[in-house]
Design a protein around this ligand. Structure first.
Ligand code: ZN
Length: 143
């Protein structure tokens, strides 16, 4: 039987599929996993769209890969806040960071005797960091 039309027949053999899924499971991005496997991201997506079992396997791999990436994060305040890690290391780091911020806020408070006219802060140039909580825009006046 001869294949008709549409260019080179697809090659994405089982060994490649396994490698591709393993790489995703390890936490690589879909792009990187495809590149390392020797296929394109587009091709992998197309196979996934036409092969439900491959798609299911890839969804599972993505989920495990995400967990693997989180597991590789250091235990610190970020992990405590964003990934709800409650181990001793993360708790301690978060507590220390909070305490540090509270102390700093107290130090920064200007004396109430000093006249300090209200000042509009241009919020567009301020990028909120995790170090400070940004007030709602309507209250964004330093007093
Ligand atoms: Zn932790």
């Amino acid at each position: 039987m001869t294949r008709r039309g549409r260019g080179r027949p697809p090659t994405f053999i089982d060994a490649q599929r396994t490698l591709y899924l393993d790489l995703i499971t390890e936490g690589l991005s879909l792009d990187d996993a495809a590149t390392r496997t020797g296929i394109t991201r587009q091709w992998a997506n197309r196979v996934a769209a036409n092969d439900p079992s491959f798609n299911t396997a890839r969804e599972l791999a993505k989920k495990e890969g995400k967990r693997a990436r989180i597991d590789r994060l250091p235990h610190d305040e970020y992990r405590y806040n964003h990934h709800k890690c409650r181990c001793t290391t993360c708790r301690t780091a978060a507590t220390q960071a909070r305490t540090g911020r509270r102390t700093k806020e107290t130090d920064d408070t200007t004396s109430p005797d000093t006249p300090h006219p209200p000042q509009v802060i241009d919020m567009r140039q301020r990028t909120p960091t995790r170090e400070e909580s940004t007030p709602p825009p309507l209250l964004a006046r330093a007093s």
